[in-house]
Design a protein around this ligand. Sequence first.
Ligand SMILES: Cc1cc2nc3c(=O)[nH]c(=O)nc-3n(C[C@H](O)[C@H](O)[C@H](O)COP(=O)(O)O)c2cc1C
Length: 449
Amino acid sequence: MARARPEPTQKTKTLSHCTLQFAIWIGKIPSNCCFLCEVSTTSVTRNPIPRTIRYNQKFMLRYFTAGESHGEALVAFLSGIPAGLKVDQAVLDRELWRRQQGYGRGGRMKIERDSAHILSGVRHGITIGSPISVQLENRDWKNWQESLPIGDGDPAKHKRVASPRPGHADLAGALKYNFPEARYILERASARESAARVAIGAIAKLFLRELGIEVLSHVVTTGSVTLREQVPWDKIRALYDREDVLLNCADPQGESQMKEEVDKVLRTGDSLGGVFEVVAHQVPPGLGTYAQWDERLDALLAAAVMSLQAVKAVEIGSGVASAFSPGSLVHDEIGYAAKSGFTAFSRTRNNAGGIEGGISNGEEIRVRGYLKPISTLRRPLQSVDFTTREPVKAAYERSDVCVVPAAGVAAEAMVALTLARCALDKFGGDSMTETVRNFQGYCQQLKNY
Ligand SMILES: Cc1cc2nc3c(=O)[nH]c(=O)nc-3n(C[C@H](O)[C@H](O)[C@H](O)COP(=O)(O)O)c2cc1C
C-alpha cells in the first residue's frame, strides 16, 4: 500500500520514526492511543498524514446496529462485503422469520413480522462494494409514537418503568446513564436489537455460501431436558426446512419433552433458559490465528455469541466436558488418506469443535451458547420503586418465556459475521470474483500440501 511518508515533527523526533510509520501503515493502532494522536495533530500543520486510522480498522468487515425496541425502526450497517455478491431479500426475510419462531414466544411476535428493507449497498440484486444498510420497521411504533417521541412530547404519555427488573439491564443502566427510571435502558438493551444482527448475518451467510460454508443451529437443552448425543449436520440441515418451528430440536421425543417444560412455566408464570448449538459446515482449515490474542477464532466466536442478550456462557466443541476428562479421551486423533475434505488428514472425532490453537482445523465448527432464563416474569420477582425506594414487585411487560431456538438463529448470524470477517481477512478481495479466486487458490494449496 503506497502512502505519503510524513516528515518527522518536533514531537515525533522523540519517537522511533520507523515504529511510527509501521503503526500508521498497518492501521492497527486504536485512535485513542495517545502517542498517535499527538503525532497526527502536530503533523497536520506541517505535512498532512492520510487519514488511515479509523474505527475498528482491524477487520475488513465491520458492522453495527442502531434502534430502540419500540422506536420507529432498527437499522444495521455492514461494510466490507465485496462487490458482486447476489443478495435476495427473501433470504433475509426468511432468517428474520426464523428468529421470530419457537414455542414460548410472547405476543410481540404476532405484531412484528419482520422484513428487511435494504437502503444501500445493493443494486440490481448484487452488492456493489459500498456499505450496506438495512432497516427493519417496528410495526408496534404506531402504538408508541406518543410515548417515545423524538421531541419533548407530552410527559404524561411517557411509559415509565417504575421498578428495575432483576436480570435485566434496568438498574445498572439507569445508574450508569443517570436516568430516574429504566424506559430508555430497556429500549436498547432489549433483544429486539438482535433482529438487526440477523438481517446482516443473512448477508454474511450468503457470502459464506459462495465459499461453500453453511451456518445453522439447533437446540440442545430447554430447561431440564438435554440431548446427550452429538447431532449430525444432515439432521440440523433438515430442521432448517421446517415450516413449523417448535423448539428446533433434532430429536422428536426430546422436543416434545422440551415443550412440556415450556408448558410448565407458562402455567406457573416462570421462565426458562437452555442451550443452543451453532454448527458451521465446510469451514476450511486456516481461519483465525494464534499470532495475537485478539485474532484467535475461538476468542472471536466466544465474544460474538456472548454478545447476544441472555447468553451467559459459550462453549467450543466439548469444551466444558473436556475440563473434567483425561487428555486421552479429549484430543481428536489424526489420521491420513481421507477421500473428501480440504486435505487428506482426518479425525476420529471432533471434541475440539473445529478449532485448535485459535485456527479452524477443517472440522465442523461447533459453538454452544448457554442462555439464562428470560428475566421478565409474569410472577415478578422482588424489586424497589425507583421513586419511593419502597419494596415492590418488578415491572412486567409482555414477554417471551423461552427463546432458545430464536437465540440460536441470532447466534448463527453472529457466527456467520465472524467467519465472514475472518474469511475476508484471509482471502481479501474487492469483488466476489477476486475473493472466490483467492479462496480456490488456497484450497488448491491445501490439496497439494
Ligand atoms: C431472541 C431473544 C428474545 C428475548 N426476549 C425476551 C423477552 O421477551 N423478555 C425478556 O424479559 N427477556 C427476553 N430476552 C432476554 C433478555 O434480552 C435478557 O435477559 C436481557 O437482555 C438481560 O440479559 P443480559 O444480562 O445478557 O443482557 C430475549 C433474549 C433473546 C436472545
